[in-house]
Design a protein around this ligand. Structure first.
Ligand SMILES: Cc1cc2nc3c(=O)[nH]c(=O)nc-3n(C[C@H](O)[C@H](O)[C@H](O)COP(=O)(O)OP(=O)(O)OC[C@H]3O[C@@H](n4cnc5c(N)ncnc54)[C@H](O)[C@@H]3O)c2cc1C
Length: 417
């Protein structure tokens, strides 16, 4: 049965994509998108890259043009989060107290940056990084260069912010708990590749190291003290130590929570007519047979589409191979696959790390389970990403020597149709 009205809690990529898909599928009922932030849905990946560097215009980060919502009869309630859900009555309550009925409800509240319980965390100049307002503020702070920037956290966001801060001509020091940045995600060899890239560009590392204290003067940050007792001078400190899936609403409504809002492959939660998508959802993945929570753009995009179709009663599953990308200095990287399956295996490399042009494949029992390409020429067809995804999906065994051998074309690697 098609629901009479749909409420979407979360004005981000997953929520806006769901609304767009509902209209594209011909859904004519009421759609309300409620968001905590005062801005219409926007894309977060540029916030730590081209937008932070002043290379992307304001409209380049919109999920859809601002006029799309009114043109498509979609009600945007900005700055008006859903504060409670009554799953039995099929109603939501907004922050202003208004209660609204829903036929189907999509929870797409994203994730919240982790904070650290450090003395000085409240000082002026110390922040986390998630929103367009964070990006605008940081751009203002970084743009003139010559400042001391300390980044706490050596994950993707910390590394991207380090690249942007250094590109602006600031002194950048990054500290993290790992011996090698990004090693948990892509292993020591490729983590070291990113470390060298940053060091070539003047970024300093303290690894492994944790922040013990943040020092300040007259309410403004002056430095970060590491667990080794070193005082790193700082005008700007960004805490980038990961995110926590936003589950409070779902949890209060009695939905099943496990590392996010638990869903089946069609993004149905444990409550009737309530769906979840994006960073907050921990969805059953048909490929691995396990729940998988992804904090990446393509998961929110495709999750929004799948949730919309599932709300309309279509038989759909979020079965895409997980994908993400990053841009740091002169390196553009794309990754597809299942890091949980690839973890702890050494990658097979085609191309050259020195030349910063390569494809890395991870295998499990001879099958490709993940792959990433760095600065791989787009003119080569089929593309590295298309090849990696096809190999993963086909589950066919490929000798490591063939993956590494540049004389074997991607066409020749492609599984039989
Ligand atoms: C700086 C940055 C860089 C990134 N770079 C990359 C990248 O290069 N590649 C990549 O693949 N991914 C990247 N990501 C991740 C990607 O942006 C996220 O996976 C994606 O934004 C998740 O979309 P979402 O719709 O689930 O959540 P969000 O984009 O977080 O949107 C959810 C929205 O819902 C709001 N909300 C929360 N609770 C409620 C409520 N109760 N009611 C109403 N609204 C609520 C939130 O305030 C938020 O505005 C990056 C993320 C960040 C922060």
């Amino acid at each position: 049965m098609t629901p009479e009205s749909i409420v979407i809690a979360g004005a981000g990529l997953a929520g806006a994509t769901a609304a767009r898909t509902l209209r594209a599928e011909g859904y004519a009922g009421n759609i309300t998108i409620a968001g905590t932030e005062p801005h219409p849905p926007y894309l977060r990946p540029p916030l730590s890259k081209e937008y932070l560097l002043g290379k992307a215009a304001e409209d380049a980060v919109e999920v859809v043009p601002k006029s799309w919502y009114a043109d498509n009869n979609v009600t945007l309630r900005l700055g008006s989060p859903v504060v409670s859900v009554d799953s039995a009555a099929h109603t939501v309550r907004f922050a202003d107290g208004t209660v609204q009925a829903y036929g189907a409800l999509l929870l797409a509240p994203g994730a919240t940056p982790r904070t650290l319980p450090l003395t000085g965390a409240e000082l002026d100049g110390v922040s986390t990084f998630r929103t367009i307002d964070d990006s605008r503020r940081l751009r203002e702070q970084l743009a003139s260069g010559g400042r001391n920037v300390v980044l706490i956290g050596s994950g993707w966001i910390g590394m991207e912010l380090a690249a942007a801060a250094s590109t602006y001509g600031n002194q950048v020091t990054l500290l993290g708990l790992e011996d090698i940045p990004l090693a948990a995600a892509i292993g020591p060899e490729l983590g070291s590749f990113f470390r060298s890239l940053h060091e070539e560009n003047g970024v300093h590392f303290r690894l492994p190291a944790s922040a013990k204290d943040i020092t300040g003067h007259n309410g403004k940050v002056t430095g970060v003290v590491t667990d080794a007792g070193e005082l790193l001078p700082a005008d700007i400190v960004v805490v980038a130590v990961g995110v926590v899936p936003e589950t409070s609403l779902a949890s209060a409504a009695g939905l099943e929570i496990r590392n996010g809002i638990l869903t089946d492959a069609s993004l149905r939660t444990s409550a009737p007519d309530i769906f979840a998508a994006g960073d907050a959802a921990n969805a059953m993945h048909p490929f691995t047979g396990e729940h998988h929570r992804s904090e990446h753009w393509s998961n929110a995009l495709n999750g929004g589409k799948v949730a919309a179709k599932a709300m309309l009663g279509q038989d759909v599953a979020l079965d895409m191979v997980p994908y993400f990308y990053t841009d740091q200095f002169d390196v553009s990287m794309e990754y597809s696959g299942f890091p949980s399956l690839a973890a702890k295996t050494a990658p097979v490399i085609r191309g050259s790390l020195e030349r910063k042009e390569f494809v890395a494949f991870w295998q499990q029992d001879g099958r490709v389970v993940a792959g990433m390409n760095v600065n791989w020429p787009r003119s080569i067809k089929p593309s590295a990403q298309k090849t990696i995804k096809a190999l993963i999906t086909a589950r066919s065994e490929v000798p490591a020597e063939r993956l590494a051998d540049g004389n074997v074309t991607f066409d020749q690697l492609m599984p039989e149709p």
